[in-house]
Design a protein around this ligand. Structure first.
Ligand code: SAM
Length: 191
């Protein structure tokens, strides 16, 4: 199996390519919100191709986000139902099938709870693609910004006014110095 065969909405691989070429050997990347592993396995493939030893961690409740966004749609319902309340097994299987069982560390947890596992200024790049509601994204930003090394990146998905207005509002309120990045992404270079 290859990453693009996994169901999902990921389409900003050029941003991942930029990260893999920018950061050096021994870096640590965290993706919050993995769903079935499409973006996570794409990242692991790019890291493998680079020949750099970079730690990749994926964090997801594996219980979906519930109804969200202006459409109030539950995008993950089918996978949650298929796994009888959790898609952790599907996600893990996809990672194994793509050949990244030893390259990706998966943490099945709420993102803010999992942030307590990391020391301050210990992470190089954290990408937020978990909760897309205003309060949820603000909570993720507040939880993870102290964990990033100076010069590291905090970024996030779905920076799109019509589709995800709460993402735009949360980022502009919490991180006025963040900028649009890649395709419908935002990014802050932490100082
Ligand atoms: C948009 S999907 C991620 C898509 C994935 N990055 C991709 O490109 O294929 C959002 C994910 O965030 C997860 N999620 C929602 N709330 C969360 C939370 N509080 N902590 C961790 N994960 C959460 C959901 O379970 C869902 O899998």
């Amino acid at each position: 199996m290859e990453w693009h065969q996994i169901h999902g909405w990921f389409e900003w691989r050029t941003g991942q390519q930029e990260a893999v070429s920018h950061f050096s050997e021994g870096s640590c990347f965290v993706e919050i919100g993995n769903f079935l592993g499409r973006s996570l396995c794409s990242l692991a493939e790019l890291v493998k191709q680079s020949g750099k030893q970079i730690n990749i961690l994926g964090i997801d409740t594996c219980r979906g986000s519930g109804p969200e966004g202006p459409k109030v749609k539950d995008y993950h319902r089918e996978a949650v139902e298929e796994g009888e309340g959790t898609f952790a097994g599907l996600l893990h299987k996809n990672i194994i099938k793509c050949g990244f069982a030893n390259d990706i560390t998966l943490i099945v947890s709420d993102s803010v709870n999992a942030s307590l596992l990391f020391a301050n200024q210990s992470l190089d790049w954290v990408h937020l693609d978990g909760r897309h509601d205003y309060e949820g994204l603000i909570a993720d930003i507040k939880a993870y910004i102290p964990k990033i090394k100076p010069g590291g990146w905090l970024s996030g998905d779905d920076y799109h006014e019509e589709k995800w207005p709460e993402v735009i509002r949360a980022v502009s309120d919490a991180l006025p110095r963040a900028h649009p990045w890649s395709k419908d992404q935002w990014r802050l270079i932490v100082q």
